[in-house]
Ligand binder design. Structure first.
Ligand code: GLN
Length: 259
């Protein structure tokens, strides 16, 4: 991103959003931590103060004053460590979600939102925050992905790599429709989940720098919940949108060969 606060003449709005970054040392595949940088900058450019809290494995976080929680993806081993820890916070996280707290979860983190995740050799209990579950199959679903979603004016582009197959409960809304790639299970054509202000997705990339529309959806939802006004000053996303379009055009033209 080339933009700066000065460039946009951001004025202090007196507004603050607290972001909880869950387990950055364990769940950070394919640059997922870049999502936090992106949230931080897009808030700063608008004069919204980001208050970033890192939650580490032995912390006992409270979500009472959190506006946006983010959890990234990781290997099965790391995911298992995190899940055991997070189960202790389950009730508080559920209260946060039901109260409209904004939660973004990528891949391994997304799988943890459901009731269970079947690893290659073990079934792990999930947080049961959203009606979904994940089992496992071969081959892994790997490659570039493009998703059409109501949360973003541009198609969501990124990268997926998961053995898990996620199944949404009856009537549970997906994040969007797969235009290229695999998504939740490689069969239904759906990708991710949307529940209240929870956004779960298999899209790494990192997700938010590549898809500023998704970043702004999260920020806007959090502002709406906290201040009753989710309107956002537009930013100059010329470069981000050009990069998004290059990827979209390349993938949709059929010129890319995935392994
Ligand atoms: N361990 C999970 C899977 O393979 C998630 C991997 C990831 O976060 N990319 O399904």
């Amino acid at each position: 991103m080339s933009s700066t606060a000065d460039h946009f003449g951001a004025k202090a709005s007196g507004r603050t959003l607290k972001v909880a970054h869950l387990y950055p040392e364990l769940l950070n595949l394919y640059g997922d931590s870049g999502n936090i940088l992106c949230l931080r900058k897009r808030m700063e450019w608008r004069g919204i103060t980001p208050d970033i809290m890192e939650v580490h494995v032995d912390d006992r976080p409270t979500f009472a004053d959190v506006d946006i929680a983010f959890i990234g993806g990781g290997s099965d081993r790391e995911q298992k460590i995190v899940c055991d820890k997070l189960l202790a916070e389950r009730d508080e996280l559920a209260a946060f979600v039901e109260d409209g707290g904004v939660l973004a979860a990528v891949c391994g983190g997304y799988q943890l939102l459901g009731s269970s995740y079947l690893m290659a050799d073990e079934k792990v209990e999930g947080l049961s925050l959203v009606d979904l579950y994940t089992d496992h199959d071969d081959p892994r679903l790997i490659g570039n992905i493009v998703v059409e979603s109501e949360v973003s004016p541009q198609p969501i582009v990124g990268y997926e790599n998961h053995g898990g197959r996620t199944h949404l409960g009856e009537g549970v809304k997906p994040l969007g429709r797969v235009l290229y790639g695999h998504g939740n299970d490689g069969k239904t054509g759906y990708e991710g989940v949307l529940y209240k202000n929870v956004l779960g997705t298999y899209v790494h990339g990192p997700l938010l720098p590549k898809n500023p529309g998704v970043a702004d959806w999260l920020i806007s939802r959090a502002l709406e919940r906290k201040y009753g006004d989710g309107s956002l000053e537009p930013l100059d996303d010329t470069e981000e949108l050009a990069a998004n379009k290059v990827m979209y055009d390349r993938l949709m033209s059929g010129q890319v060969e995935e392994s």
